[in-house]
Design a protein around this ligand. Structure first.
Ligand code: C2E
Ligand code: CA
Ligand code: CA
Length: 437
């Protein structure tokens, strides 16, 4: 066994850990003593970085090593402190990543596992530089001593994540092996074409025209029937599989659009909206990957709406790179934030990214018959108008709600009032359903 194998094996005892009170307290403290908004404990195995405790963002994120800043700290078994990445021109993995993701300051201290090998890093990061108010590394190192103790006691307590579906884990208890099977089953189902997009119409509220269809994944399960995405997307959402999954749904949706366009002249102007996990938008090759799928299908970027979406409570949006969003928009894609007003999108993200449109959380549409629902819808309409964006209100279930959405001045509507999600062959009926009710 190589040293690296031994190290990765030791790390595997920590990759599945849930944030215990001790781990959570220590990252909070680390953020406080260094004045950085984000602090994390990242475990590094042979392939992934696992954020097992975090302050400022949520724990549970799993990213490949090439997107890991802490991998350098663990590999070198030595602290790394960067006061301002802008001053640095070397092309180490960490500096390159910081330039890509837009973080200016970083400090990481290695943490040893019970086997005495470095398995993790306690790190702090900031989007602002720390050249003037230097990071207190001695204080961070003291936090790292506490973090080492907290890691060890979490290992003794057997604190594990239950449902996040981490991949590549050694199945060392039943819960983990069940999750593993779940993730693999999803991968196999995608490969076997069992998971396909169904479509929901998006209506121009002023004209009643069909403007787009949203692709929503459905698993046509051989024994369990039609499974909604809530049954399988959360399993894969924090694994690398979500990337290929979303791109597979995009490819299928664009194939369907091409087919509709050959049989239905009215389909020429209809767009396809796809749900893309926030995980896509911090990867520098995001636009290239999407372009590849669009080019293969022969569909122009201008016909494709990318809904930045997230179903589990892990705000990966904190990592979204505005350069990736700009790149996509320059190539012609229409970028939308999904679920505005829902649980996961703080105002600071609205402030940081120039998207083309906002999609109100389903709760907004389904409460348009109430004064509060209308007040929220009016506020979102004003916000998007002022920003030069469009607003989609989904979750509209009645003629009354559709009427209010129109009067309030929202541009687009979607919901069971027009249609629930339907298989691709239902497209021809979508064009007929949008007339004002
Ligand atoms: P979402 O993007 O917010 O999609 C809208 C969900 O609300 C859909 O549920 C849709 O059927 C439902 N909905 C829309 N209008 C109404 C209404 O008037 N009444 C009611 N009761 N429900 C309405 P669905 O299809 O179960 O999708 C759930 C979530 O799964 C989606 O939420 C999206 O976040 C995620 N998802 C679906 N497909 C994909 C995919 O291909 N990739 C990723 N990453 N996520 C996906
Ligand atoms: Ca959506
Ligand atoms: Ca939504």
């Amino acid at each position: 066994m190589t040293d690296e194998d031994r190290r990765a094996r030791s790390a595997s005892h920590y990759t599945q850990m849930s944030p215990t009170p001790g781990l959570t307290a220590v990252v909070e403290l680390a953020a406080q003593v260094t004045g950085c908004p984000v602090a994390m404990i990242n475990v590094i195995d042979g392939a992934y970085q696992y954020t097992i405790a975090a302050h400022g963002i949520s724990a549970g994120l799993v990213v490949p090593l090439r997107l890991s800043g802490c991998a350098s700290v663990v590999a070198g078994n030595a602290p790394i402190v960067i006061a301002d990445a802008a001053d640095r021109t070397d092309d180490s993995t960490l500096i390159t990543l910081m330039h890509e993701v837009g973080f200016r300051a970083y400090a990481g201290i290695p943490l040893l596992g019970r086997e005495g090998l470095p398995v993790a890093s306690l790190c702090v990061i900031d989007q602002d530089p720390h050249s003037e108010r230097a990071i207190d590394v001695a204080a961070l190192a003291r936090c790292a001593i506490l973090a080492g103790d907290a890691l060890d006691s979490a290992r003794s307590q057997g604190a594990h994540f239950g449902t996040t579906g981490l991949i590549n884990a050694e199945p060392h208890d039943n819960a983990v092996s069940t999750i593993e099977i779940g993730v693999r089953e999803v991968a196999t189902a995608v490969a076997n074409d069992e998971i396909v997009p169904w479509y929901m119409p998006i209506i121009d509220l002023e004209t009643g025209d069909l403007t787009a269809v949203e692709a929503l994944a459905r698993w046509l399960h051989p024994t369990l029937g039609v499974l909604p995405p809530g049954a399988f997307v959360p399993l894969i959402e924090n694994t690398d599989l979500i990337i290929d999954f979303d791109l597979a749904m995009l490819a299928r949706a664009l194939d369907d659009l091409r087919r509709w366009r050959t049989t239905d002249t009215d389909a020429a102007d209809v767009k396809v909206a796809v749900n893309m996990s926030a995980h896509h938008f911090y990867r520098p090759d995001c636009a290239d990957r999407i372009d590849k799928v669009a080019t293969a299908a022969g569909i122009a970027a201008e016909s494709i709406v990318l809904e930045i979406t997230e179903t589990v409570a892990v705000p990966t949006t904190a990592l979204i790179n505005s350069r990736v969003i700009n790149d996509l928009q320059e190539r012609g894609y229409i970028v939308v934030f999904d679920d505005i007003g829902g649980p996961w999108l703080p105002a600071e993200h609205l402030l940081s990214f120039g998207v083309n449109g906002l999609k109100a959380d389903r709760a907004v549409g389904s409460s348009l018959h109430t004064p509060t629902g209308r007040a929220i819808a009016r506020a979102l309409t004003a916000l998007t108008d002022e920003l030069g964006q469009f607003l989609v209100i989904e979750g509209i279930e009645s003629a009354e709600q559709a009427h209010h959405a129109r009067v309030i001045g929202a541009r687009f509507g979607q919901g069971f009032y027009w249609s629930a999600a339907q298989p691709a062959h239902a497209f021809s009926t979508f064009r007929l359903i949008g007339r004002p009710g």
